[in-house]
Design a protein around this ligand. Structure first.
Ligand code: NAD
Length: 276
């Protein structure tokens, strides 16, 4: 594959760059995921709430790529938190994906006010012990949630998937994850393609390397050690977003991007988000 892996804390390899399918309708997901797989992506990031596990699964089945060469992530939605409901929701996701196991299962949000993520994670530990998932982890967990989870359960999460891009660099969370051996996965790595790709400093670095702004931002993540899952349904962009392994940012480029941090979220605050 074109994408080198990182090694998770359980010894399992995860491609450092994958393809995210949030906001891709189920009937378009099959085509989009097929394009990504043809382009060389081997890691796909979906979620029960995205409503496209079936389309994603169809593309996987049709691809003919050996299952062991793929890394499939899905996520447990908020309304399914709790031990028994998690086990039931997992069965539904697996059925929709048409798979025997997933490579990574994530708790989508911590929902601290509901206080169910410990029970939910204990069900994740059972799924892991039963061989139905190869790795378990979290999404949108703040260090305080992660600390409590680690104290109350036995398997340290392999991954925490959080909003992360040059306008929200998450230095404290990244440092905390590194201390705990948890991989940091960046959602909305391109800042949802909004203002970030028009920032003059990013454009200047892109011109210097003869690359696109999206490639510069993705390369920045890679050099920081983040896992990234950029989303696009445009074939030329799907291709562009994976072509980030044949150039390198220098210390000046990295410093210029580092200076763009505003700690500004595009998405909800995990401390208060409580939507089902
Ligand atoms: P992103 O940062 O990947 O940006 C995607 C958008 O950027 C596209 O819709 C397009 O408009 C633009 N874009 C993509 N490639 C481009 C290119 N080469 N040039 C110019 N513009 C380009 O945003 P995202 O979709 O929010 O995040 C990626 C993935 O992260 C999602 O698909 C999903 O899998 C995951 N995610 C997870 C959570 C969570 O709570 N765990 C939340 C949001 C997203």
């Amino acid at each position: 594959s074109k994408v080198p892996p990182i090694i998770l804390n359980n010894g399992i390899e995860m491609p450092q760059l994958g393809y995210g399918v949030w906001q891709v309708p189920d009937d378009e997901a099959e085509r989009a995921v097929a394009t990504a797989l043809e382009t060389g992506y081997r890691s796909i990031d979906t979620a029960a709430i995205y409503g496209n596990e079936e389309g994603t699964g169809k593309a996987i089945a049709a691809s003919g790529i050996p299952r062991k060469d793929l890394f499939i992530t899905t996520k447990l939605w908020n309304s399914d938190q709790g031990y028994d409901s998690t086990l039931r929701a997992f069965d539904v996701s697996l059925e929709k994906l048409g798979l025997d196991y997933v490579d990574l299962y994530l708790i989508h949000w911590p929902l601290p006010a509901r206080d169910q993520y410990i029970d939910t994670y204990k069900a994740f530990e059972k799924l892991l012990a039963d061989g139905r998932v190869r790795s378990i982890g979290t999404s949108n967990f703040l260090p305080e949630h992660m600390e409590r989870l680690i104290d109350a359960t036995s398997v340290i999460p392999a991954v925490n998937q959080i909003e992360l891009h040059p306008h929200l660099q998450q230095r404290a969370a990244r440092e905390y994850h590194a201390e705990q051996g948890i991989a940091t996965e960046a959602w909305s790595p391109l800042g949802q393609g909004k203002g970030l790709l028009e920032v003059p400093a990013i454009i200047a670095i892109a011109q210097k390397h003869g690359r696109t702004p999206a490639q510069i931002v993705l390369r920045w993540h890679i050099q920081l050690g983040n896992v990234v899952i950029p989303k696009s349904v445009t074939p030329s962009r799907i291709k562009e977003n994976i072509e980030v392994y044949d150039f390198e940012l220098d210390v000046e480029d990295l410093a210029a991007i580092s200076a763009l941090n505003e700690e500004r979220r595009l998405g909800p605050d995990p401390a208060t988000f409580d939507y089902s």
